[in-house]
Ligand binder design. Structure first.
Ligand code: SF4
Ligand code: SF4
Length: 442
């Protein structure tokens, strides 16, 4: 378990500011309601996703796919442009580790992680971490289940599925999430970045010689001070104080070169800047591109084919998303043939087919809909309800019978295509078409 030593400096300050913003977003987002509608809620049992005022139903998962593609390509774009920004500054693993360690330092008054830290201190820290893990798990749960429901069930001590001793899903979720958080913070920590996280592994494919990375100046630093030498006797500038290793959240030695475990967080830059400033020298560790290492006077090239391609893909995804949003009709429809009235003939009247039309209101407002029939042939429409009112996020089933009058004469066909057009009467532009067939008895 690596416990990084705190350090002050430029990158630490930037990280602190970003941490505060990201942490506030994490804590506040699931509790924000706009007009009673959650800002973000992944309602798995109802199979609905509330994302920034948009409600995404299973039929509209392409919105979620575009969003995920956008996030994926954003990662590629920012990595190519500015290195592993995600790992060093935005990854939840980095963020939470720093929050847990910060609290532990407040409790133990900077004895945290040092040999002077007593067992009693550890017990208090672990207890507080457990409380924090429960609280954060509750916040995390609120992204999937409204907090009001959780509070109500806790107040009613309703932890099990009625008449069984099987815990409810959210109770299992809380146990797993709390357990994972504790295991991660108490034991696993840096191993997640060094051994598990796939992103660190394919970073080399995303970085090129123009991407900024944290590098150690081997030419200036080596040969570093040897244990037998005094500071100032060494040939290179590195005094081997190891502060850069002590402040590293993954415990790596950047002097050994670019490694999978390096998050490019810049804390070792702050450490070496502090050390070298005492000798009026420039830091040995800095954000540089491979190009700048070979050619120290070169400038970072932000605009290059890789960033242009990723940037264009991101722009395209935004355009497609906005277009789909603009042309979106918030009505879902499907049609099933009604087996009870399928394909019958009523003498002196005509042929009849029954249908069951399912209509979902994908918006937060009530709608009134009308069902129109479109075909090359004329049908009588017998419907079980002339007023179809669907409440917000509601769903209705409407039975409809089409009759082909005998007076039109039987068609010499087994079936003819028919379309049902579901029109939102409150907004005539919102229409959905479902295609089916009208069949005649053979
Ligand atoms: S902080 Fe700088 S001087 Fe100290 S060991 Fe690291 S590279 Fe060398
Ligand atoms: S080596 Fe430096 S940049 Fe890399 S993770 Fe450690 S402290 Fe952060």
């Amino acid at each position: 378990m690596v416990i990084a030593r705190p350090i002050i400096g430029k990158h630490r300050n930037i990280k602190n500011r970003i941490n505060v913003i990201l942490f506030a977003i994490f804590l506040i987002t699931p509790f924000i309601r706009i007009g009673g509608i959650p800002l973000v809620l992944i309602d798995i049992p109802a199979r609905k996703f509330y994302v920034f005022g948009l409600i995404i139903w299973p039929q509209e998962l392409y919105f979620l796919h575009i969003l995920l593609l956008f996030l994926g390509f954003s990662l590629f774009f920012w990595t190519a442009l500015a290195g592993r920004l995600w790992c060093g500054y935005a990854c939840p693993q980095t963020l939470f580790t720093e929050v847990y360690d910060w609290i532990a330092r407040l409790i133990t008054k900077d004895r945290f992680g040092k040999p002077s830290m007593k067992k009693k201190d550890w017990a208090i820290v672990y207890f507080v971490w457990l409380m924090m893990s429960i609280f954060f798990s509750l916040v995390f749960l609120s992204y999937f289940k409204p907090i009001e429901e959780t509070i109500k069930e806790v107040a009613q001590l309703s932890f099990f599925i009625p008449t069984t001793f099987i815990p409810k899903e959210w109770v299992i979720f809380m146990f797993l999430s709390t357990g994972t958080a504790m295991f991660n913070m108490v034991y696993f920590r840096e191993n997640l970045c060094r051994l598990v996280c796939p992103y660190g592994r394919f970073q080399t494919a995303l970085l090129d010689k123009h991407s900024p990375i944290v590098t150690y100046d081997v030419k200036r630093g080596e040969p570093r001070k040897q244990p037998s030498e005094k500071v100032g006797q060494q040939k290179g500038d590195c005094i081997d104080c190891k502060l850069c290793v002590l402040v590293c959240p993954t415990g790596i030695d950047i002097r050994e070169g670019l490694q999978v475990g390096c998050l490019h967080c810049g804390l070792c830059v702050d450490a070496c800047t502090t050390v070298m400033s005492k000798f009026n020298k420039e830091t040995l560790i800095a954000y540089k591109t491979m190009e700048q290492i070979e050619n120290p006077h070169s400038k970072i090239k932000y605009f290059r084919p890789r960033t242009a391609i990723y940037g264009s893909i991101l722009t395209l995804l935004i355009i497609v998303f906005v277009y789909l949003l603009v042309v979106r009709v918030p009505i879902y429809t499907s049609v099933l043939r009604d087996k009870a009235i399928s394909n019958i003939y009523i003498p002196n009247q005509g042929w009849r087919n029954g249908y069951e039309i399912h209509i979902g209101n994908l918006s937060f407002n009530p709608i009134d809909v009308e069902i129109q029939v479109e075909s090359n042939h004329s049908f009588n429409k017998l419907i079980d309800s002339s007023e179809i009112h669907i409440k917000p996020e509601g769903y209705e089933k409407v039975r409809i019978i089409l009759e082909y009058p005998e007076s039109n004469g039987k068609l010499d066909k087994y079936s003819v295509p028919v379309s049902f057009i579901i029109v939102n009467k409150n907004n005539g532009k919102h229409k959905k078409v479902v295609k089916t067939y009208f069949t005649f008895p053979s």
